[in-house]
Write a protein that binds this ligand. Sequence first.
Ligand SMILES: Cc1cc2nc3c(=O)[nH]c(=O)nc-3n(C[C@H](O)[C@H](O)[C@H](O)COP(=O)(O)O)c2cc1C
Length: 209
Amino acid sequence: MLKAVLIVLGIIIIIACGYGVYHSRLLKAKNNAEMEKYRKGQIVLDKNFGRVLVVYYSKSGNTKKVAEIIKEKTNGDIYEIEIDVNYSNGFVKTAIEARKQTKTKKYPELKNALPDFTAYDLIFIGSPVWSYTVTPPVLSFLQSADLSGKTVVPFAAFEGNAGNFFKDFKDNAGNAKVLDGFTVFSALKENQTALENKITDFLNGIDIL
Ligand SMILES: Cc1cc2nc3c(=O)[nH]c(=O)nc-3n(C[C@H](O)[C@H](O)[C@H](O)COP(=O)(O)O)c2cc1C
C-alpha cells in the first residue's frame, strides 16, 4: 500500500515539475517573440512629459534597471523605495514574509521621507510582481503618499505572470489618475537595446491628456 502511495506521489511530483519547466519555457518563448521587434535599431522618444518622477522598489535589480532607463529617457528625478527591515534571502522566505504583510495589510515602514509630489507632472511607479500582485514596499508607499490628482503610470518587472498586479495597484492608488502600465520580463535586462526600445515604445504610446 505504502509503495503504491509513494509511486503515485512520485508521478505527481514528476508531472508538476515537468509542467513547471514547460510553462517557464513557454513564457520565455512568448517574451522572445514579443521582443523580436525591439532587438534592432533605436526607437527615439517623441514626447515631452514635463517634470517626471520615477519611483521604484527593487530587490534584485530588475525594476531598478527599468526605472533608471525611464529616468534617463524622460530626464526625470528618481526615488527608490527603501524599507526599514529588508526581506530574508531566498525566494520562499521572501514570498512567505511578503504574503503575510499583504494578507494582514501590515506593510513595511519606509526608510526615507517622501518626495514633494507637487513638483511633478507625471509619476512612474515600479515594482516587481510578487505572488501575482504589487510588492508590500510599494503598497506601503502608495498608502503613505498623497497622489490625489496626480497622473501615475505603473510598471513591473516579472517572470511572465502579472496576475492582479495592475488592478491591485489601481485599487491602492487612492485618488491618483492611474494610466495603463507595462511589464518587463526579467530576462530582458540581458539585452539593453531591446529593453530601451521596449520602454521608449511604451513611453511614446502614453497619452497624458
Ligand atoms: C517572492 C517572489 C514572488 C514572485 N512572484 C512572481 C509572480 O507572481 N509572477 C511573476 O511573473 N514573477 C514573480 N516573481 C519574479 C519577479 O517578479 C522578478 O524576478 C522580478 O524581475 C524581480 O524584480 P527585482 O529584480 O526588481 O526585484 C517573484 C519573485 C519573488 C522573489
